[in-house]
Ligand binder design. Structure first.
Ligand code: HSE
Length: 301
């Protein structure tokens, strides 16, 4: 194989009580990533949503770092040309950098026939996340690679659990900048024991609900976070107003990752009413999507 082209999807991390643990792969939006073997070195070119804000320098680019580490660890001779068409806005809370890191880890594995497991791909992809977030959190790269719903239950060593699921998701992307660094800094260093008990209980409810296919329970528990979402809601203007207005139309609503994207689980026949409210309050892009399957190969030759 000389070339591979993949779709690498947006992901929604945290989902309320699952801070740095839960993640959900989405069908849309996504990046399209093409890797071609080259004589030597790593080159990166970017276009699409917010591409002008992403460095093309290998050591400062999340995808570049992943390719560099894989080439080093596997003594790969020759180089690779990476072309990324961004469909996921950087800094959106939709795992934009994770999509690039995970897509490149996946594509390198295929292109050079490395036989890496999904867990090993998550490890490589998380290296890229260190560059963008300052911490190798895996809660976006895991669902990008596994698809469905994932739980990063341990970081060292890395352990990921996966549950395939499928349901409808709306994602609103308000026009406001929220840096992940700032969104992490405003969180408390320690929390009361009762908040921990609450959040663990709600997280358990969410996992149980997936086996029972009970979206009502999933959404109610997703909205029960008493630690992260209450702090971060101040970073997204009118978020609390949107939450209040859509309350009876959705199973659940919360901040996606570190924001500003907001993930909404609409009740079956209420999608257009939710869309109207989002349009009225934020007038922002809104993805009417589903849980996705993770990275998919588009072409190989
Ligand atoms: N779990 C991370 C956070 C995701 O919430 O900071 C960053 O998108």
């Amino acid at each position: 194989m000389k070339r591979i082209k993949v779709i690498s999807p947006a992901t929604s991390a945290n989902l309320g009580p699952g801070y740095d643990i839960f993640g959900l792969a989405l069908s849309e939006p996504y990046d399209i990533i093409t890797l071609s073997k080259s004589e030597e070195g790593i080159s990166i070119s970017l276009r699409g949503e917010g591409a002008d804000r992403i460095p093309e320098d290998v050591d400062r680019n999340t995808a570049g770092v992943v390719a560099r580490e894989i080439i080093k660890d596997f003594d790969i001779e020759g180089g690779v040309k990476i072309e990324i068409e961004k469909g996921i806005r950087p800094g959106s809370g939709l795992g934009s950098s994770a999509a690039s890191s995970a897509g490149v880890a996946f594509a390198m594995n295929e292109l050079f026939n490395l036989n890496l497991s999904k867990l090993e791909l998550v490890k490589y992809a998380s290296l890229g996340e260190s560059i963008s977030a300052g911490f190798p959190h895996a809660d976006n790269v895991a669902p990008a690679i596994y698809g469905g719903f994932t739980m990063v239950i341990n970081y060292n060593p890395l352990e990921v659990l996966h549950i395939p699921v499928d349901f409808k998701v709306l994602v609103a992307l308000p026009d406001v900048e929220v840096s992940t660094k700032r969104a992490r800094e405003i969180l408390p260093d320690s929390i009361p024991l009762r908040s921990m008990v609450n959040n663990v209980g709600k997280a358990c409810g969410m996992v149980y609900s997936l086996f029972k296919k009970d979206l009502e329970l999933f959404g109610r528990c997703m909205m029960g976070d008493q630690v992260v979402e209450p702090c971060r809601s101040q970073l997204i203007p009118r978020y609390l107003e949107v939450k209040e207005r859509v309350r009876d139309l959705v199973y659940g609503i919360t901040i996606s990752g570190s924001g500003p994207a907001v993930i909404i689980l609409p009740r079956g026949d209420k999608v257009s009413q939710v869309e109207e409210i989002i349009d009225e309050i934020w007038g922002c892009p809104l993805y009417n999507t589903r849980v996705g399957l993770g990275i998919q190969v588009l072409e190989r030759d």
